[in-house]
Design a protein around this ligand. Structure first.
Ligand SMILES: Nc1ncnc2c1ncn2[C@@H]1O[C@H](COP(=O)(O)OP(=O)(O)OP(=O)(O)O)[C@@H](O)[C@H]1O
Ligand SMILES: [Mg+2]
Length: 743
């Protein structure tokens, strides 16, 4: 008789003598546990004698066969991992014993989870078993080219998770009601339930991505390896690989590049290039993306890979870094059944490598359903079932909803959840209460930052320079290279930007043709030259600030996803974007001036005019980047454009003399970059004066009227540069805030 069969018999005995009286039930459970403890000793002896523990059920053995095969081949490759895996299988059998202990307690209404699954990386006394993951293994993982290499797992537990919505009539609506559960390491846990049951809400709360602003309040007790954590904390979020329902990938990257980008920036810096390439190739093959590996991801305006391929690519981007925890929101939605099975197999392999995998799923095929380890069934914000998938049929049968023959269990449980009222289900005994006996969470101050569950891996990585992910320089380099690819591949956007510049340059050039060569002492000519100069400056402002304003809101989802999953720092992103903008803006101004300067025939030097126009463009761009970082929606950004330009023109002093502006508003012109740029350009053009026949000097009069003093040119330069720096700095602060708050 196998250990499990023995225990199953115990469980069925309990079934027969099911009692409603809790005290009686508890007594029975205690007796069983005592009995089992003595049996466990015997069984352990058997296990040692036999050399291997027999699996709980034949079905579950079959389920793991694929994985075992896979691991066998891995062991051939990495002898060092062999010992780790042996440890792992020991842990697994221990895990099974813990599960066996609680089998009998189901009838008490507590379900299998009434006993806490103790995270294996932590002992019950709260001491971290440091031998569990030594530095040798950490460096082995760093240099491994296997996406399914063994990694240190983490166990996430939660209870009392509540999400309440204040409705219009002031009442509270519970979106999540005392939700509890756990995601043990090395297991796949699926969250299922009817639409609106709260699956995404729960997943978002656990991943620290729930929107709390507005009328929604959230409270939760979440523990990572039994350290209390606040999932909204960016440092916690960074440890969770999260695949959202909406894909946010760089439109102009290919799946190969997207996965490589993630691997390069998130894996240790000492990972050899050929290993990175091999990791990426393996990930692409595992996810069935080989045929589209070099096609653009695409988006609304650029045709690229299919929706299902995009989804798998998003999954690959997260899995390639061998995360300890992986959360996915509906990873199989939009996939055909073959791809869905393929994806689930990949998730299974990830779990077998040590990760805890949690995902929401709609209507899985029975093949997929039976491949999960655990299930959390949600219904109207409450936990209808929480436990092992293989226990689902008996759980439903005991509650008078037996699974009909030849019926997909996933469809059946959804049917039960939807066809019955909550009251009916309550009466039938669904919605188990959380009776797990959780130990007190570990103190936050234990070993510095250990409350995050960042135990050994991070400590080692922090000490070992080579095992850390690449630094700022590599981050900027990768981002910059991606930006260049983005610009050169998105030819429509670049074509429109430069095409428009050329067209407007020619138009202005034709209209003001040779105006610069006319005698400025004639008022009419002076006005025309001033108009030409103003047009050139305004054109540069509009032409460069507009794309910069829209760039961030458009790229925001990608930036937030990448930042929150630890691809790069805000500063790296900012520097890379700024460098790219500086280059593109410089080129754009050059093209514009090459056309207009020679057409119009300005008297100032080309170099000087280019520098002035470039400085204006860069400082206006800085202001628009600040606005762009502050708004979340590209449409809102577009609507804010007038806010950027109208005040500039009003306060620059050429439509209305500065003295006529109400004194309480006059200060605003000091913030307008155009004010300073036009002064510098005018001094360059008319600084030498242009005496007329009547003895007056219209050029100097013009300079005086808008406050452009030749002696103050250096001051104007200084302010222009200072404004540029200030706007940029503010933009960086706003971006940093937005990034850490996430929403
Ligand atoms: N921020 C919010 N403000 C108002 N209502 C919310 C908010 N977030 C979630 N809800 C509500 O909570 C309920 C659960 O939403 P959730 O998105 O978690 O459902 P779901 O189970 O993921 O559904 P689906 O299967 O359709 O994706 C829904 O009724 C939804 O309208
Ligand atoms: Mg959802």
């Amino acid at each position: 008789m196998t250990i499990k069969e023995d225990e199953n018999n115990d469980a069925s005995e309990v079934e027969e003598t099911a009692v409603t009286d809790h005290d009686e039930a508890d007594d029975q459970v205690l007796k069983r546990e005592k009995k089992k403890n003595s049996k466990k000793k015997k069984s352990k002896k058997n296990v040692e004698d036999d050399g291997a523990a027999k699996p709980k059920k034949k079905k579950s053995k079959k389920k793991h066969d694929d994985v075992d095969d896979d691991e066998d081949s891995d062991e051939d490759e990495h002898p060092k991992e062999k010992s780790v895996k042996k440890k792992k299988s020991k842990k697994e059998s221990a895990f099974m014993d813990i599960e066996a202990q609680v089998t009998a307690s189901e009838e008490t209404g507590t379900g299998k989870d009434s006993t806490l699954t103790i995270p294996p990386a932590i002992s019950t006394t709260g001491q971290i078993r440091r031998s569990e993951f030594d530095s040798r293994q950490s460096s082995m993982l760093a240099t491994s080219d296997d996406p399914f290499a063994i990694r240190e797992g983490k166990t996430l537990l939660w209870r009392n998770v509540n999400m309440t919505l204040k409705t219009k009539d002031g009442a509270d609506r519970k979106l999540l009601d005392d939700v509890w559960g756990e995601v043990p390491e090395k297991q796949t846990t699926a969250i299922m339930g009817p639409s609106g049951a709260g699956k995404t809400s729960l997943l978002n709360i656990l991943a620290g991505r729930a929107k709390t602003r507005g009328k929604v309040t959230i409270s939760s007790d979440v523990r990572l390896n039994n350290f209390s954590v606040n999932p909204t904390d960016i440092s916690v979020r960074k440890h969770i690989a999260f695949v959202a329902q909406d894909d946010s990938l760089q439109v102009t990257s290919t799946p190969r590049e997207a996965i490589y980008f993630s691997a390069k920036l998130r894996l240790p810096r000492n990972t050899p290039e050929k290993n990175l390439q091999k990791l990426v190739r393996r990930m692409l093959t595992e996810l069935g993306l080989d045929s589209c590996a070099d096609t653009y991801v695409g988006g609304a305006l650029l045709k690229g890979i299919s929706g299902g391929e995009r989804k798998r690519c998003s999954v690959g981007v997260e899995l390639v870094v061998r995360p300890a925890m992986v959360f996915l929101d509906e990873p199989t939605s939009g996939l055909d059944s073959f791809s869905a099975i393929q994806l689930c197999q990949v998730l299974k392999k990830v779990a077998n490598a040590g990760s805890s995998v949690l995902f929401t799923i709609h209507q899985p095929a029975s093949e997929i359903f039976n491949a999960f380890d655990r299930l959390i069934l949600m219904n109207k914000g409450r936990v209808m079932y929480q436990g092992l998938v293989e226990d689902v049929p008996s759980y439903f049968r005991k509650r008078n909803h037996p699974l009909p023959k030849n019926y997909n269990p996933a469809d059946w449980i959804m049917n039960v959840a939807q066809a019955n009222t909550m009251q009916q289900l309550d009466e039938d005994g669904f919605f188990p209460k959380d009776t797990r006996n959780l130990p007190e969470p570990f103190a936050e101050t234990m070993e510095g930052k250990d409350e995050l569950g960042i135990t050994l891996t991070e400590h080692h990585l922090e000490k070992d320079f080579d095992a850390r992910p690449p630094g700022v320089f590599m981050q900027v380099r990768m981002l910059f290279t991606r930006e260049i690819k983005n610009i050169t591949r998105d030819t429509a956007a670049v074509g429109a930007r430069f095409g428009l510049t050329i067209f407007l340059g020619i138009l202005i050039g034709l209209i003001f043709r040779n105006v610069g060569k006319a005698d400025p002492s004639q008022p009419q000519n002076l006005n025309s030259i001033f108009g030409a100069l103003l047009m050139v400056l305004l054109m540069s402002m509009f032409g460069t600030a507009q794309p910069a304003l829209l760039a961030f809101p458009e790229e925001r989802p990608v930036f937030l996803r990448e930042y929150s999953t630890n691809h790069y720092s805000v500063v790296s992103y900012f520097v890379a974007r700024f460098s790219m903008e500086a280059v593109v803006t410089g080129l754009q101004i050059l093209v514009q001036l090459l056309i207009t300067f020679w057409f119009i025939g300005f008297q100032s030097s080309f170099g000087m005019l280019w520098t002035t126009v470039y400085a204006l463009a860069m400082s206006s761009t800085a202001l628009s980047v600040l606005l762009g970082c502050a708004v979340e929606d590209p449409k809102l950004g577009q609507e804010m454009l007038p806010l950027l330009f109208v005040p500039q023109m009003l306060f620059a002093g050429f439509f209305v003399a500065p003295d006529l502006i109400p004194s309480w508003l006059r200060w605003a012109r000091y913030l307008c970059t155009l004010t300073y740029a036009i002064r510098i350009a005018l001094v360059e053009e008319f600084g030498d004066g242009c005496p007329s026949d009547d003895g007056s000097d219209p050029c100097l009069n013009l300079l005086n009227s808008i406050g452009a003093e030749p002696d103050d040119t250096w001051w104007n330069w200084l302010v222009l540069v200072a404004l540029f720096a200030t706007f940029r700095l503010f933009a960086l602060v706003v971006l940093q805030q937005k990034a850490t708050k996430f929403f």
